[in-house]
Design a protein around this ligand. Structure first.
Ligand SMILES: C[S@@+](CC[C@H](N)C(=O)[O-])C[C@H]1O[C@@H](n2cnc3c(N)ncnc32)[C@H](O)[C@@H]1O
Length: 212
């Protein structure tokens, strides 16, 4: 997998992780801020709790934490060095007072606090995963969130033809490029072809048997 890599402490200090994400250093800030603008347009408020699934080195998390009330940000990722980087960024930007919860997880098993989340975003995460990881996402994210939570998954073209397992996540909408313009500035038109559709799921109280 593309993100099965471990950076050294030295590489993290030099912020070399920025070269590993699309848009690299050049678009790092804009690609972070645009995610917050997008979620605000979908109703995210300061008093909501948000879980950033596959948060990486909190490129967007930095802006989420700034915006949200204290204790309302959870960031999870399976990459140990990205989690180390994320914690370093939070400390450097004096965001620790907002008490973000940043944790390494496996197979998308969410921490207990995730049951408080009203919103979840997996931005450019599942497109980097294989089908087995995608199935874990549907099971574990569905089980880890409370009923009614909204889950946004970008780069969701792979959903076509994917055998979705039974899950509490129900697809409610596919957001297309014409519906949101927040990604125009920092993504090329070719990159936006991959970013959309953004799939919006809602957590139901029992496993959905619907196919997409
Ligand atoms: C392209 S980066 C996006 C990071 C962040 N969402 C952003 O937009 O800045 C993809 C992220 O997904 C994470 N990831 C990939 N597979 C994962 C998995 N199975 N569980 C958790 N995180 C995963 C990677 O470690 C990486 O941080």
């Amino acid at each position: 997998m593309k993100y099965d890599i471990e950076l050294t402490h030295e590489q993290i200090l030099k912020k070399q992780y920025k070269q590993l994400l699309g848009g690299k250093r050049e678009h790092w800030e804009m690609r972070g801020k645009a995610q917050l603008d997008f979620l605000k347009s979908q109703g995210l408020r300061e008093d909501h709790c948000l879980i950033d699934i596959g948060c990486g080195p909190i490129r967007a998390g930095e802006y989420f934490i700034q915006f949200l009330d204290t204790g309302n940000y959870i960031g999870v990722d399976y990459n140990k060095s990205f989690i180390e980087a994320a914690k370093m960024v939070a400390a450097d930007k004096s965001l620790d007072a907002k008490r973000p919860l940043i944790e390494q997880v496996q197979d998308f098993a969410l921490p207990e606090g995730a049951s408080s989340a009203v919103y979840a975003i997996a931005f450019s995460v599942l497109n980097h995963c294989d089908d087995s990881q995608r199935r874990s996402f549907f099971r574990n994210v569905g089980d880890g969130l409370a009923v009614g939570a909204k889950v946004f998954v970008t780069h969701a073209g792979w959903l076509d033809g994917f055998a979705v397992p039974q899950s509490r996540l129900e697809l409610v909408r596919r957001i297309g490029e014409a519906d949101v313009r927040f990604f125009d500035a920092a993504w090329s038109s070719e990159d936006r072809q991959k970013l959309f559709p953004i799939a919006e799921f809602v957590v139901r109280d029992r496993a959905s048997e619907r196919t997409f």
